[in-house]
Structures are given as structure tokens and as C-alpha cells.
Design a protein around this ligand. Structure first.
Ligand SMILES: [Zn+2]
Ligand SMILES: [Zn+2]
Length: 208
């Protein structure tokens, strides 16, 4: 008889009780969405619409946004932590294999979720893994909100994104608590009646 590594209840001959295994599966399924929301909450916003228009004629390239740096600084290293668990589970299960290459948070979560049965039965650190994933989820929800707000597509971004006058065109989404619209692709912000009227006016035919 072993005790669950997370809650301490009797877990038969497993390292994680059934309830905590189910919870862990749900958290692994939710983490990629939470991570996306987290990055959006923490990405520094670009200026408003007027500023975007004026950059059309400004000299010099726009500074690229380094998503990896943002990720490290802002989202609590979620992807790195989850990947390190994948590396460790694989090392214990298949010691002869070389470590998995970086493949992104979503892929790592899927991989761990598929191995959960084995993890609960054979991985002594299963409780620590479950605890850390629970902490990552709680941290993310404390920033993003719980439940994760639903987003609705309201139109397409009309910001000019290069010197040739190309328009961003990405879907603009909105959730109930937001007082302004932010393009998730170019980070242009639409705020106030003037911006919203312009956004509406320049929508491609048939969108709104
Ligand atoms: Zn448990
Ligand atoms: Zn945009």
C-alpha cells in the first residue's frame, strides 16, 4: 500500500490516487490555453491606433517581439518547467533514449497526459509533478482569471504593419471584462469611440 504523493490518501499500489490523476490530466489539458492568455495579459501593449498609423512613415524597422524572452520573464517559466518534467519522466521510463528536444508547451502537456497511467503507477516523483503542475495552474489563473474568459471575434485588425501599407488583418477578439480591443498579432490597441468607429468603417466587406 502506498500513499498518494499529492494528497496523502491511500492510493493502492500507485504513486498518485485516482482523483489526483484525473485532476492532473485536466490541468495538463488546460495549461496551454492558460499560457496563451497569460502571455497576452503580460505582453506590453503597443500604443493606440493613431500611433500605429504614424509608424507607417517612420524610419527603421519595428523592433521584433522576442516571444521566448517574454515567456521567460513573464509567464513564470511554465513551458520550461513542464518540459523538464517530460525530460525526467522519459529518462526514468526509457533510460536508453536521449532527452526529447524542445517541442513547445502544448506538445509536452499532451505527451505527459498520454503517459499519465504509467506515471501514476511507476513514477515515484508523480506527486511532485502533480504538485508543480497544480501550482503553475494556480499562478496562471491568478493572473488570467478563473474560469478563463471566453473570447468573441469582433472583426479584423486594420492596423498598417509595414512600409508597403499592408494591413494586419488578424481576428480581433473581445472578452466581457475588457474596455478596449487589442490585436493579438500586431498588438495594436483600439480604445475609445473614435478607434472603434474606424475599426468598423474599415472592416472588409461581409465581416461585420
Ligand atoms: Zn491524491
Ligand atoms: Zn493587428
Amino acid at each position: 500500500m502506498t500513499l498518494c504523493g499529492l494528497c496523502g490518501s491511500e492510493a493502492g499500489d500507485r504513486y498518485l490516487c485516482d482523483r489526483d490523476t484525473t485532476n492532473l490530466a485536466e490541468r495538463l489539458a488546460d495549461l496551454p490555453t492558460l499560457h496563451d492568455e497569460l502571455v497576452q495579459c503580460l505582453v506590453p501593449r503597443r500604443g493606440g491606433w493613431g500611433e500605429i498609423v504614424s509608424t507607417k512613415n517612420a524610419a527603421g524597422p519595428r523592433s521584433p517581439l522576442d516571444e521566448n524572452v517574454l515567456d521567460e520573464m513573464n509567464s513564470g517559466n511554465m513551458a520550461k518547467v513542464v518540459h523538464s518534467w517530460r525530460v525526467d519522466v522519459q529518462r526514468v521510463r526509457w533510460p536508453q533514449h536521449s532527452a526529447p528536444p524542445p517541442s513547445g508547451l502544448a506538445a509536452d502537456c499532451r505527451w505527459l497526459a498520454m503517459e499519465l497511467d504509467w506515471i501514476g503507477a511507476h513514477y515515484p516523483a508523480a506527486g511532485d509533478l502533480a504538485r508543480e503542475v497544480r501550482t503553475l495552474e494556480a499562478q496562471a489563473r491568478s493572473v488570467v482569471g478563473d474560469p478563463v474568459p471566453r473570447r468573441k471575434v469582433v472583426g479584423q485588425c486594420i492596423a498598417v504593419v509595414d512600409a508597403q501599407g499592408a494591413v494586419c488583418g488578424a481576428d480581433i477578439t473581445h472578452q466581457a471584462s475588457e474596455s478596449r480591443l487589442t490585436c493579438r498579432t500586431c498588438h495594436c490597441v483600439y480604445e475609445g469611440q473614435q478607434d472603434l468607429l474606424l475599426l468598423l468603417h474599415y472592416q472588409p466587406d461581409g465581416v461585420v
